[in-house]
Design a protein around this ligand. Structure first.
Ligand code: COA
Ligand code: MG
Length: 292
C-alpha cells in the first residue's frame, strides 16, 4: 500500500473516478468532507457505491466514519458494513482503547451482516487531538484489526488553537513535526504501516514530490492523497527503486549464505541485523508494489 485516495462519500462522480485513479486504497469519507446536512445521504451513496463494486478488481476500499464522540459512528457502521468494505478509518483516535472500542462495534455489525469476525480492518488517525499525540505508547500490543496509523494536522491545529500548521518557509511548526514523528514511532511499536498525511495544495506537484521523498526517507511507507493527480507521484516515490531492491536482495542473500550470522561484510562494508531487517522490509514493500 503506497497511495490512499480520499473521496467525499456523497459524490457518485468522484467515487467512480477514485476507484479508477490507480490508488492502492480508496478512503470513502463520511467525515470532514461531508456537510452535516448531507451525512445521511452520504451513508446511502457510499454504501450503494461500495456494494455496486461487487467483485470488480481495483483498490481496497475503506470508509472514514465520524469519530466516536459524535454519536454518528455506530449508524455509519450499521449502514456501510452491509457493503463489506475492506476497512474503516477512525478519525480523532485518542488512544489504543478507541481502536479496541471500534473493534468491538465492528464485531457486532459483522455478525449482523454475516461477515466473519475480524473481516474489517482499521486505519487510525492518531494525532488529531492533543490526547492522541500524547498517547502513542498505547498502540503497543495493537488490536489485530489495526493495519496502519496516520496523522492529521488540521484538526490538531483547531484543537490546540494554532493559527497555522506551517511557518513562513512552509515547514511544519514544532507541534505538527512532533505529531508526524509520533506517527512513525506509533507505527513501529504497533508493527503496522506508517502513512503520511495529505498534501492539500493539489496543483503543486513538485511540493508533493518533495514531501513524499522526505516521508519515505523518514520511515513512512505510504501517503494519503486528496486528488487523483497526486496518486501517480505518490506511487512512484513509494515504489522501491531497482537499485534499492538489488542491494536489499544482496544483503538478504549474504546473510543466508553465511548461515544467518549477526554480521556480514559485502564489498568492504559491514552489515548487521538492523541492515537485514531494513532490507527485508524493503523487499516486502517491493513485492507488494509488484517490482521484485
Ligand atoms: N476523488 C475522485 N475524483 C476527484 C477527486 C477525488 N478526491 N478530486 C477531484 N476529482 C475529480 C473531479 O471530480 C474532476 O473530475 P470531473 O471534472 O470529471 O468532475 C477532476 O478530478 C479534476 O478535479 P479538479 O477540478 O482539479 O478539482 P476540484 O476543484 O473538482 O476538486 C477538491 C477539488 C479538493 C474539492 C477535490 O479534489 C476533493 O473533493 N478532494 C477530496 C477531499 C476530501 O475527501 N477531503 C477529506 C480528507 S482531507
Ligand atoms: Mg479532519
Amino acid at each position: 500500500m503506497r497511495s490512499l485516495l480520499f473521496v467525499p462519500g456523497d459524490s457518485d462522480r468522484k467515487l467512480e473516478k477514485a476507484f479508477q485513479s490507480g490508488a492502492d486504497l480508496v478512503i470513502v469519507d463520511l467525515e470532514d468532507s461531508v456537510a452535516p446536512a448531507n451525512k445521511e445521504a452520504a451513508r446511502t451513496i457510499a454504501t450503494d457505491f461500495i456494494r455496486s463494486l461487487g467483485r470488480r478488481a481495483g483498490p481496497n476500499v475503506y470508509v472514514r466514519i465520524n469519530d466516536l464522540s459524535t454519536g454518528l459512528a455506530d449508524a455509519d457502521l450499521a449502514a456501510v458494513l452491509a457493503a463489506r468494505p475492506d476497512g474503516i478509518m477512525l478519525p480523532k483516535c485518542n488512544a489504543g482503547a478507541d481502536v479496541a472500542q471500534l473493534s468491538a462495534m465492528l464485531r457486532v455489525h459483522e455478525a449482523d451482516h454475516g461477515l466473519p469476525d475480524g473481516h474489517t480492518k482499521i486505519i487510525a488517525l492518531i494525532t488529531e487531538t492533543a490526547a492522541g499525540v500524547l498517547s502513542v505508547s498505547t498502540y503497543r500490543d495493537p488490536n489485530p484489526r489495526l493495519a496502519g496509523v496516520t496523522w492529521g494536522a488540521e484538526d490538531l491545529s483547531a484543537s490546540i488553537g494554532a493559527s497555522s500548521t506551517r511557518d513562513g518557509n512552509g515547514r511544519y511548526t514544532d507541534v505538527f513535526r512532533l505529531a508526524r514523528a509520533v506517527t512513525i514511532l506509533g507505527a513501529s511499536i504497533a508493527d503496522v504501516a506508517a502513512i503520511d498525511t495529505v498534501f492539500v495544495n493539489f496543483r503543486d506537484t513538485e511540493g508533493l514530490r518533495q514531501e513524499c521523498v522526505e516521508a519515505e526517507r523518514d520511515g513512512f511507507t505510504a501517503k494519503m492523497a486528496i486528488h487523483p493527480a497526486q496518486v501517480p507521484v505518490i506511487n512512484e516515490v513509494f515504489t522501491p527503486l531497482p537499485e534499492a531492491v538489488a542491494r536489499s536482495q544482496a544483503i538478504v542473500m549474504a546473510f543466508a549464505d553465511a548461515g544467518n550470522p549477526g554480521v556480514v561484510g559485502i564489498d568492504g562494508q559491514m552489515y548487521d541485523r538492523p541492515h537485514l531487517k531494513r532490507a527485508e522490509r524493503l523487499l516486502a514493500r517491493a513485492n507488494a508494489a509488484g517490482v521484485s
